[in-house]
Design a protein around this ligand. Structure first.
Ligand code: ADP
Ligand code: MG
Length: 393
């Protein structure tokens, strides 16, 4: 069977799935709903921890929570359609990380809101999602921010958007135990449809850049691999960047230009820094290209980004390189690059809409021949950030 584009359920149908699931497991109709999108980064890879810039969009794949008052006092009972096991969290014992890893993302949000004086009451919650877990499209931030909005609906108490982002980041870092950056939660919370978000990771300022997806569309292809190297290499790259900055006498690589890098004697550190400095410049140029709908330039910058990640930063892998090579050989493709940390995960392809199906089919066929398995294709549009939904269905 050849890989087709994975169907993209509407927000309404996900809401219905969550509602049905809640009815089946708790027997109660939902009183509250919240939804949060996944995200994809157009360009700006490994720049966030160097106080640089990133250019992500929220995508039209969502995590939806439906909730009713809890049947058991002091318990959060959760049923996710993505996992077999039901999660039960005692609201009296929030200090111990939950034994079920996926429950920790929800627990973390409950813990952070409690610290801000907002108490989670007993709830039954059902989770329906079209963001694949662990697929590089930030299902974790979607889950956290949907939970944050749900809690605010239930309690009638609200945080500012910035505090909500911080609560979700800290939930993931402290309770789920994942040392995440700030990009995912910021874009999942703050995004506007038909816009990318230019995020300055030094001071967290956001500039919205119009992204008109009439002449172009985005295809995200999951390579089907996730190499175990990713975590150790991530820590190593961070260390190399810090060493490079120290050797140049600055606190972050944001502060230097390409010509400054000649002062770096160490060839390896120079290459790592070259990626970061050149990628920051590409993000700025990409934002300008988006603004004027200059798809050729944006596509070329995406390909340059991939080359830099492959050659200077050494975080690509054969499967991602094959996907990018196949993509850019197709008519109607403006550009392609790996998106996310690398060593597997996804590539993103900027493409003429009418070529979408044919290109996905052709890349999938050749990839399967060369690599031995089919990739997974998602058609992506930019979407709005996390929000509560009206409960009246
Ligand atoms: P990504 O954010 O790229 O999808 P992560 O590893 O950061 O990958 O987060 C994936 C984890 O988030 C899952 O393993 C699971 O613990 C949690 N998660 C994501 N989506 C769901 C869901 N629909 N239901 C329950 N847990 C989820
Ligand atoms: Mg994540």
């Amino acid at each position: 069977m050849l890989p087709m584009i994975v169907p993209n359920p509407s927000l309404a149908s996900l809401t219905e799935s969550a509602s049905d699931a809640l009815g089946r497991f708790s027997g109660c109709p939902p009183e509250w709903f919240a939804a949060a999108p996944g995200r994809v980064n157009l360009i700006g890879e490994h720049t966030d921890y160097n106080a640089g810039w990133v250019l992500p969009i929220a995508i039209d794949r969502y995590t939806v929570l439906a909730a009713a008052p809890g049947a058991e006092a002091t318990q959060l009972r959760v049923r996710s359609l993505a996992f077999e096991e039901e999660g039960v969290l005692s609201l009296d014992a929030l200090d111990i990380p939950h034994p079920t890893p996926w429950m920790r993302y929800l627990q973390g949000v409950v813990v952070q809101y409690r610290r801000k004086g907002i108490e989670c009451p007993a709830l039954d919650i059902a989770v329906a999602s079209s963001v694949p877990p662990g697929g590089g499209l930030s299902s974790s931030a979607a889950l956290e921010l949907a939970m944050a909005h749900l809690l605010e609906s239930v309690t009638g108490q609200s945080l500012s958007s910035a505090a909500r982002i911080d609560a979700s980041i800290e939930a993931e870092r402290q309770t789920a135990g994942v040392p995440c950056g700030m990009m995912d939660q910021t874009v999942v919370e703050s995004a506007h449809p038909e816009h990318a978000l230019l995020l300055d990771c030094a001071d967290k300022t956001v500039t919205f850049v119009p992204f008109r997806q009439v002449e172009v569309t985005l295809l995200v292809i999951h390579s089907g691999v996730s190499h175990s190297l990713a975590q150790s290499a991530y820590a190593q790259r961070r260390d190399e960047c810090e060493r490079g900055a120290r050797a140049l006498g600055v606190s972050t690589l944001r502060e230097v230009g390409l010509s400054d890098l000649r002062a770096l004697d160490d060839e390896l550190l120079r290459r790592r820094a070259h990626h970061v400095v050149s990628e920051n410049a590409r993000v700025q140029r990409s934002a300008a290209a988006l603004q004027r709908c200059d798809w050729d330039t944006l596509g070329a910058l995406m390909v340059d980004s991939h080359t830099s990640l492959r050659d200077d930063y050494a975080v690509s892998c054969d499967e991602l390189d094959v996907l990018v090579r196949l993509a850019v050989a197709e008519a109607g493709v403006y550009g392609a690059r790996l998106t996310g940390g690398g060593f597997g995960g996804c590539v993103i392809v900027l493409i003429e809409p009418e070529r979408l199906e044919a290109v996905a089919d052709s890349i999938g066929r050749q990839y399967a021949e060369q690599v031995g398995w089919a990739p997974t294709n998602y058609r992506i549009r930019s979407a709005a950030g996390a929000h509560a939904l009206c409960a009246a269905l």
